[in-house]
Design a protein around this ligand. Structure first.
Ligand code: TK8
Length: 364
């Protein structure tokens, strides 16, 4: 090949390569800048995180199952803000969402093993570790969230948290999941009879399974991390969660019907690994105690503020809303009553009576 042709050939190849690389900038320059900006921001954030973690005496890995739009995650971010400020960075908090660290049971076991420091599950999965917690999943136990706050934040609520210590779990505060409502992809549900034959995903909790069986449904226990796919593939017809979760997790994309059954008020419990908690100096223990409570108040407020709006949003996204009448809700309660009585008989009777008394007192 002549020298001249060789030079021409190489320059053509170079031009082609330059064009090919430049061709990736088909997006607008600002988009490219944004990519660059985003990359710089992420690198900066990660760098800052890495630096903060390196400077900290303690690191808290805090994980939840819901996504980062949910008030539960906003509460976790508030906890991070308070703790890092109050300890001047001596405690660094890493927050994870959407099951990045696993499902509720896996994350609770990680706290027991010391490979994670904080998680905030519903009481239902906690009942697999401390059975007395199943009382908080008795359908229709709490008449409203104000009574729930008073009972959970009071003396009797603390007695349940104290029972977690033996499981190497430190319960620092009650947060709010909320009143659970039914969705499904098959039909409108207006009364107990309509539950007949519906395959409903429940949390991994025997009481939930028996309660839905008592209403004629066909319940399937499943970790939350598998739920969206199961709904999408039709493995289950329906599920039950508060409106905030139904909307923010996009269940309206795979569910057609929603009923305000409000069948259970679900608390979240802010859990910390007890072995980690015990390594903290007393003043830092006070900081995390107060931060969990403060962040919990903030999270409850966020959770309640938009709950009605979330129902409107579900209807706007095309779901059919069926209002459950008081009579229909009473029918549900009566259908489930034998299950509640059976489970109540298995629990610490003094504690059960204390809970019912506290609920009565909170309504005076
Ligand atoms: C998220 C779960 C969820 C709960 C469920 O990790 O499993 O349905 O209501 O909030 O804890």
């Amino acid at each position: 090949m002549s020298k001249k042709f060789e030079m021409f050939f190489v320059s053509m190849v170079m031009m082609f390569l330059l064009a090919a690389c430049g061709g990736n900038n088909e997006e607008s320059p600002e988009a490219n800048n944004n990519d660059t900006e985003v990359k710089e921001e992420n690198a900066e954030a990660n760098g800052a995180n890495e630096e903060a973690a390196a400077d900290a005496e303690f690191t808290i890995r805090a994980g939840i199952g819901l996504n980062n739009e949910h008030p539960q995650y906003k509460g976790l971010e508030k906890f991070k803000e308070i703790v890092e400020e109050e300890t001047d960075g001596a405690i660094h908090v890493e927050t994870y969402h959407s099951g990045q660290l696993g499902d509720d049971r896996t994350m609770m076991e990680a706290l027991q093993l010391g490979s994670q420091e904080v998680t905030v599950p519903s009481t239902a999965p906690i009942a697999n570790f401390v059975s007395d917690f199943s009382i908080f999943d008795f359908p229709f136990l709490f008449p409203n969230s104000e009574v729930a706050d008073e009972v959970l934040d009071g003396e009797v609520g603390q007695k349940f948290l104290d029972k977690l210590d033996d499981q190497n779990l430190k319960g620092l505060a009650y947060w709010e999941n909320g009143f659970r409502d039914l969705t499904n992809s098959e039909k409108e549900v207006a009364s107990v009879d309509d539950f007949e034959g519906l395959t409903i995903r429940t949390m991994e909790n025997d009481l939930h399974l028996d309660a839905f069986r008592a209403m004629g449904a066909n319940p399937t226990p499943m970790a939350f991390t598998e739920l969206f796919t199961a709904l999408q593939q039709g493995t289950v017809d329906g599920q039950e969660n508060p409106f905030a979760t139904i909307y923010l997790e996009g269940f309206y994309e795979v569910q057609d019907y929603v009923s305000d059954t409000h069948h259970i008020y679900s608390p979240f419990v802010f859990l910390m690994s007890k072995s980690f908690y015990d390594t903290l100096p007393e003043d830092y223990q006070e900081v995390v105690d107060n931060a969990a409570l403060e962040a919990g108040k903030y999270q409850r407020e966020l959770n309640r503020e938009a709950n009605d709006e979330y129902l409107d949003s579900l209807v706007e996204e095309g779901m059919t809303f069926t209002e459950i009448s008081d009579e229909a809700r009473e029918e549900m309660r009566l259908a489930i009553e034998p299950v509640v009585e059976e489970y109540a008989a298995e629990l610490d009777q003094d504690l059960v009576n204390e809970v019912y008394q506290a609920i009565e007192d909170a309504q005076k």
